[in-house]
Design a protein around this ligand. Structure first.
Ligand code: GLC
Ligand code: MG
Length: 550
């Protein structure tokens, strides 16, 4: 069966862009305090231009108590002092634009930090006041209101409600926090909240940003009356009274209008953990967001039939609404795919991994698959997201000592969930420098593994067989052969173990079987994830073009 979706409109940059996620805390540290910062990012932007990405998404850099690594925002229009100043941000933006790269900033609208002035004012005000109405304060249930208003659980474990002590010293109302207790949820049915966020969008658009990555973009609206949740806490994709409520779309229609007031193609990409893909695609209808992360693809096992279905369903669902598909394998919330893909296909890893996790994979096998997986992903039409360090083949840091762990999910579950620290460790630049070149002092807010010198960028730059060289080659060829705006056609020989498709002039082969397969005749290899010669080994992928055309 051949599957084909017409080529996308490429005049809008985000339709085909490769977007690189920088996690500022862990990218590069200019002042040696062990915490990455904006001047550190600016100084290293040329490495991203050399890699060949189109845009950079910066995870939150706002003032924050850092209870959730900056996803607890205390001021939406300023910079965390440990990360720099607004002038540093402007310098970063200007440098990126000089290098031809766009900048996307992370917007966190579902909740603020409890340290935000708006929440502090709410705490100091009486129940029923306009200040309290910015957030979701409710009376408790049961005698004396001593029980939480409903059964909702925090995504980080434990109840999603915390009771406050009223200004007069008595036990009082409860407030909702779908995440940590220091991350109170806004009440998005309140027009005051909507007005503030329009102002925040304008603040960053006026500064010149090219777009927003929108945090928890499926969670802003809660069902009226806040009824009990029928689904279990680990049931990520089940219908709940807080995820994917229809009215949430009004928010993005409104924001789209704000973005349209600005020149250039300013965009929004939603973090939307919603299935099926046809439902996810409702976030990217023509008058809403431009992109949504494809977590269905991220969650697909290393299995040819499953991947083919995931690819077909993605292209079809996004095409239906005129949006590009996105593709992603790693980010700051999931186990790095250079480790994850080595696990058994049914392993459920969303609570993180650590030394006591069962079935820890063979690192060499996992990296081999990761290299094949990225060649497969970068050949797909649409827009692709990369997470800092994956271009180095960086694995998950598994052996982080308990006392060094920072993720609120680890602390809120008493260590039952390892959480996400393992994918957030500062990345290696130079094999022989302190902190592998993350800074000059050797300090690091999460400990770096002792065996990471082999992943350092300076080592990989010299090695044509390195993962960095593979990424560079693939990104350059993706551009040459305009794969982002191409059309995918499955080849007749594609089967349940070996994926074979064409995209423009390029033929892509990914071998997920246990045996080597001969490469098609009449073609020459332009890039391959591993191996040499006419046979493509298990867990290897290659891009080919007709002989004489490369
Ligand atoms: C998103 C972020 C995650 C954060 C959560 C709460 O899922 O990606 O890192 O913890 O939202 O803001
Ligand atoms: Mg620093």
């Amino acid at each position: 069966m051949s599957h084909s979706i017409p080529a996308a409109d490429t005049s809008e940059w985000w339709r085909t862009a490769v977007i690189y996620q920088v996690y500022p805390r862990s990218f590069a540290d200019s002042d040696g305090d062990g915490i990455g910062d904006l001047p550190g990012v600016t100084a290293r932007l040329d490495a991203l231009a050399a890699l060949g990405v189109d845009a950079v998404w910066l995870s939150p850099f706002y003032p924050s108590p850092q209870n959730d690594a900056g996803y607890d925002v205390a001021d939406y229009c300023d910079i965390e002092p440990a990360y720099g100043t607004l002038a540093d941000f402007d310098a970063l933006l200007a440098r990126a634009h000089d290098l031809g790269m766009k900048i996307i900033v992370d917007l966190v609208p579902n909740h603020s930090s409890s340290a935000h002035r708006w929440f502090q004012e709410a705490l100091a005000s009486a129940p029923g006041s306009p200040e309290r109405a910015r957030y979701l304060f409710r009376a408790g249930r049961g005698p004396e209101g001593a029980q939480a208003p409903n059964n909702w659980q925090s995504c980080f474990g434990g109840p999603a409600w915390t009771r406050v002590v009223e200004p007069d010293g008595t036990p009082g109302e409860w407030y909702l926090h779908l995440f940590d207790s220091s991350q109170p949820d806004f009440d998005w049915s309140n027009t005051w909240v909507r007005e503030r966020f329009r102002e925040i969008l304008r603040f960053w658009l006026d500064r010149g940003v090219d777009g927003f990555r929108v945090d928890v973009a499926h969670g802003l609206i809660k069902e009226d009356g806040l009824p009990d949740n029928p689904a279990g806490p680990d049931d990520f994709f089940a219908p709940t009274p807080f995820w994917a409520q229809d009215e949430v779309h009004d928010v993005y229609r409104d924001w789209r209008e704000v973005l349209e007031e600005y020149d250039g193609d300013r965009m929004m990409c939603g973090e939307v953990w919603v299935t099926p893909l046809s439902k996810l695609a409702t976030w990217v209808r023509p008058d809403e967001m431009h992109q949504a992360f494809n977590f269905v693809y991220l969650s697909t096992a290393w299995d040819a039939a499953a991947l083919r279905t995931s690819i077909d369903d993605s292209l079809a669902a996004f095409h239906e609404v005129g949006a590009p598909s996105t593709w992603v394998l790693s980010n700051h919330d999931v186990v790095r795919h250079a480790t994850r893909l080595g696990f058994a296909p049914d392993a459920w890893l969303f609570h993180g991994i650590g030394p006591a996790t069962d079935g820890l994979p063979d690192p060499a096998l996992a990296l081999k698959r990761a290299r094949a997986a990225i060649l497969l992903m970068l050949a797909l039409p649409g827009s692709a997201y990369l997470y800092q360090g994956e271009e180095l083949g960086l694995p998950e840091a598994v052996d982080i000592p308990d006392e060094a762990r920072q993720d609120p999910a680890w602390h809120r579950t008493g260590g039952e969930r390892y959480g996400r620290d393992g994918c957030r460790v500062p990345i290696p630049w130079d094999a022989d420098s302190p902190a592998y070149g993350f800074n000059e002092t050797g300090a690091s807010w999460l400990p770096q593994p002792s065996d990471w010198a082999v992943y350092a960028r300076d080592v990989q730059e010299q090695d044509p067989a390195s993962t960095l060289s593979l990424y560079r080659a693939a990104l350059a060829l993706r551009r040459t052969y305009v794969l982002g705006s191409g059309t995918l056609r499955w080849a007749d020989e594609s089967d349940e173990d070996v994926l074979i498709f064409g995209n423009g002039e390029v033929r892509v082969v990914a071998n997920l079987s246990a045996v080597g397969v001969p490469l098609p005749e009449g073609f020459e290899v332009v890039v391959r994830s591993g191996g040499v010669g006419p046979v493509l080994g298990p867990d290897e992928a290659a891009w080919l073009v007709s002989a004489g055309r490369s």
